[in-house]
Design a protein around this ligand. Structure first.
Ligand code: CP
Ligand code: NVA
Length: 305
């Protein structure tokens, strides 16, 4: 049984296989109505439970459509409506759900809660975002870059803004797939020390700077995310500190002229990114959102098939 909790735990070989499967499945069902099952519905009869402690549009809909296209079905559970929300323990919840369903996707406030759930679960557990990481998102981002550039090896990616959960999953992926990663984050908003230690120890080509122009210099890809993540406090203080890291047209001009822009969405136009950038010709954000679907399918198959 395989859990999908963090890219740091997945081998480069498996990560590449997941990406290859996502590309193949996307191509194989081109032109079919979205609710039709795949020509090869690999998870027929399987049920995925999705537990949400935080809001979601893309993760919820992409996982729901993913399991349907693979021939299975899903249950959406709001944590607040479960006995979990009234104090039932994570171990008991994990052991009970394991008797009913085939896999669990969890979007949780605390990363440690997902690790605890996985420890007690007898079925695969997938991290659908925590305060510390967002691995499914980054696989979709990498798929989008492979579609655009052909390969990831040799690319220079620039993360600009808060060194948050999404940035952490990019750090985890860098040593596995051979891209260079510049992190442009203001002081006080750098990635978690464990992720910076991972970057150092992995031998990945990762550089940290507090200058956004240095971060994007000669980059093939510029990436932004919200300045105020779900659960973050002191929004006003964050917005002020992070404002110089907004991806404007002027900042984009410091990257390669061929550079593309990614954002996991939801976006806040005029805060972390200018409207002209996210809605402009360099933006791949809607391919990136669509690819969540194809990647969730490959991750579900990797866990279950
Ligand atoms: N990018 C992403 O995870 O979006 P949702 O919060 O809508 O799921
Ligand atoms: N960093 C954001 C990502 C949302 C998909 C958050 O955690 O709110």
């Amino acid at each position: 049984m395989r859990h999908f909790l963090d890219i740091a735990d997945i081998s480069a070989k498996d990560l590449k296989a997941i990406l290859a499967d996502a590309h193949a499945m996307k191509a194989a069902r081109k032109g079919l109505p979205k609710g039709t099952t795949d020509p090869d519905p690999a998870l027929s009869g399987h049920v995925l439970a999705m537990i949400f402690e935080k809001s979601s549009t893309r993760t919820r809909v992409s996982f729901d459509m993913a399991i349907r296209q693979l021939g299975g079905s899903s249950l959406v559970l709001n944590a607040a409506d479960m006995q979990l929300g009234r104090g039932e323990s994570i171990p008991d919840t994990a052991r009970v759900l394991s008797r009913f369903i085939d896999a669990v996707m969890i979007r949780a406030n605390a990363h440690d809660d997902v690790l605890e759930f996985a420890h007690y679960s007898d079925v695969p557990v997938i991290n659908g975002l925590t305060d510390r990481s967002h691995p499914c998102q980054i696989v979709a981002d990498l798929m989008t870059l492979e579609e655009h550039f052909g390969a990831l090896d040799g690319l220079k990616l620039a993360w600009v803004g808060d060194g948050n959960n999404v940035a952490a999953s990019f750090i985890h992926a860098a040593p596995k797939l051979g891209f260079a990663l510049n992190l442009g984050c203001p002081d006080g908003y750098t990635p978690h020390e464990d992720d910076l230690a991972f970057a150092t120890n992995s031998g990945a080509r990762i550089e940290l700077t507090n200058n956004p122009k240095t971060a994007v210099k000669d980059a093939d890809v510029v990436i932004a995310d919200t300045f105020v993540s779900m659960g973050d406090k002191n929004a006003d203080v964050r917005l002020k500190a992070l404002a110089p890291f907004s991806v404007t047209e002027a900042l984009m001009a410091g990257a390669k002229s061929s550079a593309v822009f990614l954002h996991c969405l939801p976006a806040h136009r005029g805060e972390e990114v200018a409207t002209t950038v996210i809605d402009g010709p360099q933006s791949l954000v809607f391919d990136e959102a669509e690819n969540r679907l194809h990647v969730q399918k490959a991750i579900l198959k990797w866990c279950l098939a």
